[in-house]
Design a protein around this ligand. Structure first.
Ligand code: ADP
Length: 274
């Protein structure tokens, strides 16, 4: 099934070639299998610097797997992912591209901010410490600077008054905002938000989406937003990508995707939200 919008990556690439802007993330012929089951098929996708891309689609279509490969948590079965021009899962050795080792992945991870459905905070550390530990241990910056940056970021997500509190004292929405601050403080080139509101009580979803929107508005950082929140995708994304059964079926600006869906599959998917 071929749908309008499918040519967009080629157009994007051409435009980028014209302007000389290198994508911050590029998936090239990426596939992924779990055992005998191929869940992503020949994915080609460029994300431009600063671009906000929302991934939507039915459950099981491969959105999370796509994000997890960028977060270095799942290895592609085929193809290549590059971040800021550098292969993520490959590295040069004696002039050849070989499988990346842990040191390469660790270094590349510094470019990629990750926020998950389950917040993965350190329960035995204060909110402040959860946010300073990355800059201290991974970026190796001074305690004072890490403190200053963390306080700024926690202020930005509305938790300036919770610095000394432990995660168990926070609501789910507050925990998720700490997780966002923790990713932001590393100053990544791309932020991946993987269904970050799916585990939250409905009344806490709004505060988290508001924080992400605010960051998106001010940020030069690119974002990949995997979401079931259609209004949010429409508000925040420059481009919406609809995937189904391991393929990109249709993509385009939010107005096009939501107001004028071309493929029958997207139309049927969206009808569930009306
Ligand atoms: P989505 O995020 O769109 O809901 P996923 O990326 O989570 O989709 O899943 C895509 C497919 O891959 C599903 O069929 C899922 O069952 C399968 N899958 C995901 N992770 C694993 C895994 N670790 N082992 C086996 N199958 C998996």
């Amino acid at each position: 099934e071929k749908a309008a919008g499918q040519e967009a990556p080629a157009r994007t690439r051409k435009r980028q070639a014209d302007t000389g802007v290198q994508p911050i993330v590029r998936y090239e012929h990426v596939s992924k299998s779990f055992g005998d089951l191929e869940v992503l098929h020949d994915i080609n996708l460029d994300i431009a610097p600063g671009e906000k891309v929302a991934m939507i689609g039915p459950s099981g279509s491969g959105k999370t797997t796509l994000g997890r490969m960028l977060m270095t948590l799942e290895e592609p079965s085929g193809g290549m992912i590059t971040v800021d021009g550098e292969p993520l899962w490959h590295m040069k050795s004696k002039g050849r591209l070989v499988k990346a080792n842990e040191a390469h992945l660790h270094r590349m991870r510094g470019n990629i901010g990750m926020v998950f459905q389950h917040f993965n905070l350190f329960p035995h550390m204060s909110v402040l410490r959860n946010v300073t530990i990355g800059p201290r241990k991974v970026l190796g910056i001074s305690a004072e600077e890490a403190h200053e940056r963390a306080v700024t970021m926690l202020g930005k997500v509305g938790l300036g008054d919770k610095l000394d509190v432990y995660p168990s004292m926070l609501s789910g929405g507050q925990k998720q905002r700490v997780a966002i601050a923790r990713a932001l403080v590393m100053n990544p080139k791309i932020m991946v938000f993987d269904e970050v509101t799916s585990a939250l009580d409905p009344e806490l979803v709004g505060e988290v989406l508001e924080v992400i929107k605010e960051i998106a508005r001010e940020g030069e950082m690119a974002m990949m937003l995997i979401t079931h929140e259609m209004d949010f995708a429409r508000d925040v994304a420059d481009r919406v990508i609809f995937g189904a059964e391991g393929h990109i079926v249709e993509q385009g600006p939010p107005e096009q995707i939501f107001e004028n869906p071309q493929s029958e599959r997207l139309q049927s998917f969206l009808s569930r939200f009306r």
